[in-house]
Design a protein. Structure first.
Length: 479
C-alpha cells in the first residue's frame, strides 16, 4: 500500500515537472502545442495501464477533431490523428506482450482480405509515380488499421464494451450536430452558409453530412435494445433532431445514403443484402459500358456558361436535375478523366494519393467547368473509381471483396444467431456500411479521418460480433 502511494506521488511530480518544462518551452517559442506533450505522455501511461481509456477517448474526439496546418507542407487532424498514432503504438506493444488476445480473431476471413489488400497497396506504392505522397498514405492507413481494426479486437471483450463505444460516438456526434445546428440557425439555415456553420469541425457540409447520417442507425439500435419507455421517447426526439440537422446539411448524397441505410434493414431481413449489392455493381458496370459505347457520354457535356454554384438550394436542386449544377458537372469531368486513366496503368495504378496531380491530361475539355482548376487538389469524388485509378484493378477487386464480405457476414450473423443484441449489431453495421458505400459513390471520404475511422471500426466490430455470437456463454454475464 505504501509502495503504491509512493509510486503515485512519483508519477505526479514527474508529470508536474514535465508540464512546467513544456509550458516554459511554449512561452519561449510561442508554439503552444508543446503543452500537449506532457498530457500525451500521461495518456500513454494510462493507456498502457488500461488501453480502453485511450480508445474511448479517441472515439469521443472524432467528431470534434479539426484540420490544422503546422506549416505549408505539414497538416493533420487534431487531436484524433495523434490519438490514432498513440493507439496504434499501444496496440502494437500490447499484441507483442499478449499475442493470444487476438490470435483467433486475426484469422477471420475479413481481416485476411484486409491484410492482402494492404499488401497490394504496398506494392502500388513501390510502383507509384510519386512514391513520397504514396508512402504518406500508407503510413496514415497503418495507424487507421491499428487504431480502428486491431484495437477493437482487444477492447471489445464484452457486449458492454461495444455498447460503450457506440454510446460515446453517438453522444459525441450529437453534441457537435447540436452546435452546428445552433450556429446554422444564426444564419437562418441558409444553404449558402452551411459550410461556414460546420467549421472548424468539418471541411465542408459533405463531410459533416456523411458522418451525421452514419450516426443515425446507432440511435435506431439504441431504440431497439432499450426496454424503457422514457428512454425510447428521448431517443425518438434525438432522431428527429438529427433528421432535421441532416435536412439542413443540404447534402443530396447524404439524403440518398439515409434511404440506403433504411433499405439495408429490409434487405438483411429478407436475405437480399449481398445479392442486391452485387446486382448494383453489375448494373453500374453495364451503365458505364453503355455510356462509353459510341462516346454516348459526350451528349451530356455541360454549357460552361450555365454551370454555376447556386446560393439558393431550390435552384441548386433544379440545376442538378437539368445537369447544370457545377458540382455535378465537375464530377463528370473528373470521372471521365479517371476512367480514361485506367487503361494506362490498369495493374498497379498511379499510386495512392496521386490522382489530383495526374488526371488533367486525361480530362475532356467539353466537360470542363469554371472550378476545374482544382486549387484545393480534391480527388475524383468516387471512391471505387479512385481506388481503381490509384491502385489498379486488383485494388478495386480487393475492395469489392472486402465490402461484399462485410455484407455477407452481417447477413450471416443476423440470421444465424438468436441473440437480439448481436442481431441488432449486425443489422446496424449493414446499415452504416450501405450508407458509407452510398456517400462514397459521390465522394471519396474513406481516406478522411472521420469516415475512414467509421469504415474500419465497422469492419472490426463485425469480426468481434461474428466471433462472440458463436460463443454466447463467454458473454452471458453481460446480457
Amino acid at each position: 500500500m505504501i509502495r503504491s502511494v509512493n509510486t503515485n506521488k512519483s508519477i505526479f511530480w514527474i508529470f508536474a515537472g514535465l508540464l512546467v518544462v513544456f509550458i516554459s518551452i511554449s512561452i519561449l517559442t510561442n508554439e503552444y502545442f508543446w503543452v500537449a506533450i506532457p498530457f500525451g505522455i500521461l495518456l500513454s501511461y494510462l493507456g498502457w495501464q488500461n488501453i480502453s481509456i485511450v480508445f474511448y477517448f479517441l472515439l469521443a474526439t472524432l467528431p470534434f477533431s479539426m484540420e490544422y496546418n503546422f506549416s505549408s507542407g505539414w497538416g493533420t487532424d487534431i487531436p484524433d490523428e495523434f490519438l490514432m498514432l498513440l493507439m496504434s503504438g499501444l496496440i502494437f506493444l500490447y499484441i507483442i506482450y499478449k499475442p493470444e488476445e487476438i490470435k483467433k480473431q486475426i484469422r477471420h476471413p475479413l481481416l485476411l482480405i484486409l491484410f492482402f489488400s494492404v499488401l497490394w497497396t504496398l506494392n502500388t506504392v513501390i510502383f507509384s509515380v510519386n512514391p513520397v505522397v504514396s508512402i504518406k498514405y500508407l503510413l496514415a492507413k497503418s495507424w487507421y488499421i491499428g487504431a480502428f481494426v486491431l484495437a477493437p479486437l482487444v477492447v471489445f471483450k464484452s457486449k458492454n464494451a461495444i455498447k460503450t463505444a457506440a454510446i460515446i460516438m453517438a453522444a459525441s456526434m450529437f453534441i457537435v450536430t447540436a452546435v452546428i445546428l445552433a450556429r446554422h440557425g444564426q444564419y437562418n439555415f441558409r444553404f449558402a452558409e452551411i459550410n461556414n456553420a460546420v467549421q472548424p469541425f468539418f471541411r465542408n457540409h459533405v463531410n459533416y453530412s456523411a458522418l451525421l447520417v452514419s450516426s443515425i442507425p446507432l440511435y435506431f439500435a439504441f431504440y431497439k435494445l432499450t426496454g424503457l419507455k422514457r428512454v425510447k421517447i428521448i431517443i425518438s426526439i434525438t432522431i428527429v433532431i438529427l433528421l432535421i440537422a441532416l435536412f439542413f446539411s443540404y447534402s443530396r448524397g447524404a439524403w440518398l445514403a439515409l434511404f440506403s441505410g433504411l433499405i439495408a434493414f429490409i434487405l438483411i431481413r429478407k436475405k437480399l443484402l449481398l445479392i442486391s449489392y452485387f446486382t448494383f455493381i453489375i448494373i453500374s458496370f453495364g451503365f458505364l459500358l453503355w455510356m462509353k459505347n459510341n462516346n454516348r457520354y459526350l451528349q451530356y457535356s455541360p454549357d460552361f456558361q450555365t454551370t454555376i454554384f447556386h446560393q439558393d438550394f431550390r435552384e441548386h436542386l433544379i440545376a442538378t436535375y437539368r445537369l447544370k449544377d457545377v458540382s455535378t458537372e465537375e464530377r463528370f469531368y473528373r470521372w471521365i478523366a479517371g476512367i480514361r486513366m485506367i487503361k494506362d496503368n490498369w495493374l498497379t495504378g498511379y499510386g495512392p494519393n496521386t490522382f489530383s496531380d495526374n488526371y488533367k491530361p486525361y480530362a475532356i475539355p467539353a466537360f470542363k467547368t469554371w472550378v476545374s482548376d482544382n486549387k484545393d487538389k480534391s480527388t475524383v469524388h468516387n471512391y471505387f473509381l479512385l481506388i481503381t485509378v490509384e491502385q489498379g484493378i486488383p485494388g478495386l477487386i480487393f475492395f469489392l471483396l472486402l465490402t461484399g464480405g462485410l455484407l455477407y457476414y452481417a447477413q450471416k450473423i443476423y440470421h444465424s444467431t438468436e441473440d437480439i443484441f448481436y442481431k441488432t449489431v449486425a443489422a446496424t453495421i449493414a446499415s452504416v456500411f450501405l450508407i458509407l458505400i452510398t456517400v462514397n459513390l459521390l465522394s471519396d471520404l474513406i481516406e478522411t479521418d472521420k469516415i475512414g475511422s467509421i469504415f474500419f471500426l465497422s469492419l472490426s466490430t463485425l469480426v468481434v460480433t461474428d466471433f462472440f455470437s458463436k460463443k454466447k456463454s463467454v458473454l452471458a454475464t453481460d446480457v
